[in-house]
Design a protein around this ligand. Structure first.
Ligand code: NOJ
Ligand code: MG
Length: 583
């Protein structure tokens, strides 16, 4: 035997091994994150407000769903001007949600069930009812320097006006005057949310301590709120005064609207990324001690180029999951298949090759999938979120296809709605509709609370749209969701490659393939039937076996479709598997 052959025989097993070997994924890379809005999930004490014990009692439900981690919207002490995103004590639990002991019990139970708990970290702002702010008003220098203060501008009549034209995300001036100190403070969100001053090293240290405090309790990481707003421009570059922001293109909008201005001085500043990298260092200090990865997911509705900077800069590491909001911000029920493909490709195109994508179709700030897309597309959207390459994130209720609730002007409590002062159009910006109580069953208050009044009304239709009914109906969104969380554990969905296509304006399809297995998911976005040719995809030939369908489909698992002419009816969503695959 020649030397060449001998080397070949020796190398062959090595090559086969290399080909089959896939990187072992860390817990967060293969799990589904389930977002709980605690106020609306489960009320254990009948006050009409969801709480920690309610969550603890419901953790088995999460386990049944097949999710491995839950992110809780803020549970910290708060006067609730922005329902917990205005935190008056970053180290304490809000009383109506429970006690620190309740939280520790929640952690314990979650640990027993192997569900990771992720908390909301709200670094951009505190509360105007916090000790920090009260001390600042009393002239306590340390705390005065925790916030962002500026002199007002006197007009010719001697009237004091805000320092500049900056507008809050929730409308109107981003500045509020406090006579105690004779200055205005900055609040990029509601008046009750004074911005923290990240140019003060003491604030930086304090907020790292907040991170450490909760990590010490045993949580698995943080979702980081409103990160793009962390830094304002350095005013020393402008003679010590914050400059006006330029007007945005769209002049139709009224000047109180956040979109009236181009936020070049208050959003997406370079210093923000450095801060995120520093927080990652803190998380990694903990990992260095016990080997367990703590995660960070950052919330920024920014361009893909900016979003990617949260991952790291090539040298320093940042967030593992900069949220990918394309399914929220860039597509809706009226989008074509090409628009959907274009949006989905964005994150995959811009992300560094060694990072994972993540998919988010809903949260407590945006209308529900059933309302933004359509009731018919609930399963299709869950298929996209679960079966595209990367991490899946689900907002509570999307697994059963909850729809936006109707909340009258009188019942509206969200500052985003209330600040419109408009009893007719408030609903276009109010976030209450997607925050209505979770629908557990057909009983009083959808099983959310035994109280006589719930903090937001329960959405209409809960008698037929709820967990209990969907558990006992074989064709339900809930059961589709559970099958999807199982399916995504298959190697083809964990490691497989990805290709997508808009076969025509209505039909979006994607292929995942790995180690000889090929799956094709097809989603008909519109109300028209089609016959489609899936042999567009390489190696998709012969027959495709139906693995999973949306709940209205007449097809059942095991049915065979011909790849070259598959019938897809209006709004149908299917997960298909190629029967005879070519290696
Ligand atoms: C984003 C949160 O998701 C939202 O609910 C909140 O109002 C703002 N950040 C301000 O904290
Ligand atoms: Mg309660």
């Amino acid at each position: 035997m020649s030397a060449k052959w001998r080397i070949g025989i020796i190398l062959l097993p090595v090559l086969v091994l290399v080909q089959c070997q896939v990187k072992e994924l860390d817990w967060w890379e293969k799990t589904v994150f389930y977002q709980i809005y605690p106020r609306s999930f489960k009320d254990s004490d009948g006050d009409g407000i969801g709480d920690l014990n309610g969550i603890t009692d419901s953790l088995e439900y999460l386990k049944e769903l097949g999710v491995g981690a839950t992110w809780l919207s803020p549970i910290f002490k708060s006067p609730m001007y922005d329902f917990g995103y205005d935190i008056s004590d970053f180290y304490a639990i809000q009383e109506e949600y429970g006690t620190m002991e309740d939280f520790e019990r929640l952690l314990q139970k979650a640990k027993e069930l192997d569900i990771k708990i992720v908390l909301d970290f709200v670094p951009n702002h505190g509360s105007n009812e916090s000790v920090w702010f009260e001390e600042a008003l009393k002239g306590h220098e340390k705390y005065y320097n925790y916030f962002v203060w500026e002199d007002g501008v006197e007009d010719e009549n001697g009237k004091l006006n805000p320092p500049n034209n900056w507008v809050s995300v929730f409308r109107k001036s981003a500045w509020e005057y406090r006579k105690e100190v004779g200055k205005y403070y900055l609040h990029q969100f509601v008046i009750g949310q004074p911005d923290l001053n990240y140019r003060n090293p003491e604030v930086v240290e304090e907020m790292k301590n907040v991170i450490r405090f909760w990590l010490d309790k045993g949580i698995a990481g943080f979702r980081v709120d409103a990160i793009a707003h962390l830094f304002e421009v350095d005013k020393t570059l402008f003679g010590g005064k914050y400059p006006d922001e330029p007007l945005a293109q769209n002049r139709e909008i009224d000047p109180d609207n956040y979109d009236y201005l181009d936020h070049i001085y208050t959003k997406d500043h370079e210093e923000t990324f450095e801060m995120v990298y520093q927080w990652r260092d803190v998380l990694d200090e903990y990992k260095a001690k016990d080997g367990f990865t703590r995660v960070m997911m950052t919330e920024a509705y920014s361009s893909p180029q900016i979003t990617m900077k949260y991952f790291g800069d090539g040298v320093r590491a940042g967030a593992q999951m900069p949220f990918n909001f394309v399914l929220i911000s860039e597509v809706s029920g009226s989008s074509t298949a090409a628009e959907l493909k274009y949006a989905l490709d964005k994150f995959l195109t811009f992300k560094p090759v060694d990072k994972l994508a993540n998919w988010v179709a809903g949260n407590h700030d945006n209308n529900r999938v059933a309302s933004r897309y359509s009731v018919e597309l609930v399963d299709g959207l869950n298929m996209i979120v679960m079966l595209l390459p990367g991490i899946a994130v689900t907002y509570m209720g999307e697994e059963i296809g909850m729809v936006d609730g109707y909340v009258s002007w009188e019942d509206t409590v969200d500052p985003s709605g209330c600040n419109t002062d408009d009893p007719i159009n408030y609903w276009t910006v109010s976030r209450d509709p997607e925050r209505t109580p979770f629908q557990w069953n057909s009983e009083k208050n959808a099983g959310f609370s035994t109280g006589d009044k719930t903090w937001l009304p329960v959405a209409e239709g809960y008698e037929t749209l709820n967990v209990e009914i969907q558990k006992s109906t074989s064709r339900s969104h809930l059961n589709v969701y559970k099958q999807l969380t199982r399916l995504r554990n298959e190697p083809v969905f964990r490691y497989g490659r990805f290709e997508s296509v808009a076969l025509n304006p209505d039909i979006f399809a994607f292929k995942r393939w790995h180690d000889g297995e090929i799956y094709v998911t097809v989603i008909n976005l519109k109300n028209r039937d089609h016959t489609i040719d899936l042999t567009y995809f390489e190696h998709v030939v012969g027959h495709l076996e139906v693995v999973l369908t949306d709940i209205r489909s007449k097809k059942v698992p095991g049915d065979l479709l011909e790849a070259s002419q598959a019938e897809i009816v209006a709004h149908e969503s299917l997960v298909l598997k190629v029967v005879h695959t070519l290696r």
